[in-house]
Design a protein around this ligand. Structure first.
Ligand code: HEC
Ligand code: HEC
Ligand SMILES: [Ca+2]
Ligand SMILES: [Ca+2]
Ligand SMILES: [Ca+2]
Length: 459
């Protein structure tokens, strides 16, 4: 890790001269939810809005954040090399940042091209595997790696076609929705029949330490698995395998809440997306391919300290404050958001508890999520269960900072596969438990629909 320290001094110099993350007046009359991340909140609305460290880190934590930043941005290379080797043999991209563009969402593939996008395909066979998890695909494992180091053949390519669906509002206005359909082509061996595929776009990574610091009990208290209060909305935790404790814990990260901690999320990403082994995942991710030995090493590709750096970086990335919150349409939109019952899943307020990072402790936060799984209907289903999540169940994604998504990366999209080009399209795809909320939205006047979107854009 010593190689990062030179960079730190340089980056620190840059950040100290940057005043984007300070605000002078914050009077008491303003609503609390402006400070989406409590005292960690920063003030920025530009393309770099997701790149600032939490505002209240102490000097030591700031320093660690910038060391961690270098790890997140590091482009790994194939072995042998002096530093940062171990990439592959099979991988999707060579750095964390290349998928999580400016810490925001990944680039959505266009014209059937997946090559440098932030999208990947999870895969499995039907059935329940080890630790209640998935059954890996023989020869392919749990994820398609579409890149490989020199002399190794990638597992295959992602091919994309689209289907269309037209939504007509009561006032006659139409919206055309496009749903991508993914297939795997040019595989190195024939793909077995009956493979289940789940497309995932890289989600934004800011504010995640705060979500990790919300006590499990607060999240479980929001669950209503059998819909006892009879409002059509259930919400259930995904209980997933935690490697260090060798037990089932509440899943928090990923589109289906498959990972229980920032550390395991980081180890999983390093392993599955970049081919980096660690003490969490000690074996190279190459199943059934003869020449995969090429990338094998005598020690792990990344040590425990590097994993910790990956995690610390996104744990301490700040959430940007709300904007335009005094505008009348934004205020109206917030009321409609509650009336439509969007807020039953996108729960506005949570509170963090004791945590390993002092700056994140005991903060009132406004993430607009319950971190629970909800049945979102057939149109959003990937038909690939994982742990307690069925094909149509997804974790409510946080909405904080969502209004800046396209400012940070205009080439991205919303929902788990990035299919929605706008926030409006994202709402229109809601079904299942969210069908009633969606219908509430489609039955609104144009002015009121725009108010809801104005509210979302103020987050
Ligand atoms: C090939 C693209 C790609 C690369 C490279 C990549 N990620 Fe991701 N990342 C994703 C996708 C896709 C997901 C969603 C996965 C899921 O739904 O389970 C994700 C999810 C995450 C999440 C969870 C976010 C949330 O809101 O729950 C974190 C944190 C994360 N990645 C961190 C990292 C780190 C750290 C690295 C580098 C070690 C990395 N990623 C490398 C694509 C990538
Ligand atoms: C039953 C729970 C539920 C309700 C009610 C609900 N949502 Fe969602 N929302 C979700 C889930 C789950 C997703 C992710 C679905 C996916 O990616 O396939 C989502 C996704 C979104 C997204 C895209 C987020 C992203 O990161 O891409 C937006 C925007 C959104 N919802 C807004 C709303 C609005 C506005 C309403 C009310 C009209 C609403 N939601 C009602 C559960 C809900
Ligand atoms: Ca490797
Ligand atoms: Ca694979
Ligand atoms: Ca309920």
């Amino acid at each position: 890790m010593k190689h990062y320290s030179i960079l730190v001094t340089i980056i620190l110099g840059i950040i100290l001269t940057n005043s984007a993350c300070k605000k002078e007046d914050n009077t008491n009359s303003e609503p609390e939810n402006i400070l989406a991340g409590g005292e960690t909140t920063i003030f920025s609305s530009g393309p770099d809005a997701y790149t600032f460290p939490s505002a209240n880190l102490n000097a030591e934590e700031i320093n660690k954040h910038f060391v961690a930043d270098a790890a997140f941005a590091q482009h790994f290379v194939s072995a042998p090399a002096e530093n940062f080797d171990g990439l592959g043999p099979l991988f999707n991209q060579n750095s964390c940042e290349s998928c999580h563009t400016r810490n925001g969402r990944g680039i959505v593939p266009e014209n059937g091209q997946d090559f440098n996008s932030g999208l990947l395909l999870r895969m499995s066979m039907a059935g329940v595997g080890e630790y209640q998890g998935i059954v890996p695909v023989p020869g392919f494992g749990g994820q398609l790696q579409n890149k490989a180091i020199f002399s190794v053949q990638p597992e295959g390519k992602i091919s994309i076609t689209e289907t269309e669906k037209i939504i007509t509002y009561l006032d006659g206005e139409e919206v055309t929705l496009r749903k991508p359909v993914f297939t795997v082509t040019e595989t190195y061996i024939p793909l077995p029949a009956g493979v289940l595929l789940s497309p995932r776009i890289a989600p934004p990574v800011y504010g995640l330490g705060l979500l990790e610091a919300v006590p499990e009990a607060s999240i479980l208290a929001l669950a209503d698995e059998n819909d006892v209060d009879n409002d059509g909305i259930s919400g259930k935790p995904n209980m997933v395998w935690d490697i260090p404790s060798q037990s089932m814990l509440l899943g928090r990260f990923g589109w289906k809440a498959e990972q229980p901690s920032a550390l395991q999320q980081s180890a999983g990403a390093a392993h599955d997306d970049m081919g980096l082994t660690s003490h969490y995942f000690p074996e190279e991710h190459c199943v059934g391919q003869d020449n995969c030995q090429e990338g094998l090493q005598t020690e792990y590709d990344v040590d425990a300290e590097t994993l910790e750096m990956f995690a610390f970086y996104f744990q301490t990335l700040a959430v940007p404050a709300r904007r335009n919150y005094t505008a009348t349409d934004v205020i109206r939109g917030e009321e409609l958001f509650v009336e439509a019952k969007c807020a039953t899943c996108h729960v506005p307020k949570l509170t963090t508890d004791n945590f390993s990072i002092t700056a994140l402790e005991h903060q009132p936060i406004y993430p607009y999520t319950d971190l629970l799984l909800h049945d979102m209907g057939e149109d959003l289903s990937d038909e690939r269960p994982v742990f307690s999540a069925s094909g149509s169940e997804w974790r409510t994604p946080p909405l904080w900072g969502i209004g800046l998504t396209l400012v940070v990366n205009p080439k991205t999209g919303f929902l788990h596969d990035g299919r929605a080009k706008t926030l409006e399209e994202a709402i229109l795809w809601h079904g299942g438990e969210a069908e009633t909320a969606k219908n509430f939205f489609t039955n609104l006047s144009k002015t009121d629909r725009e108010a809801v979107l104005a509210f979302l854009n103020s987050l």
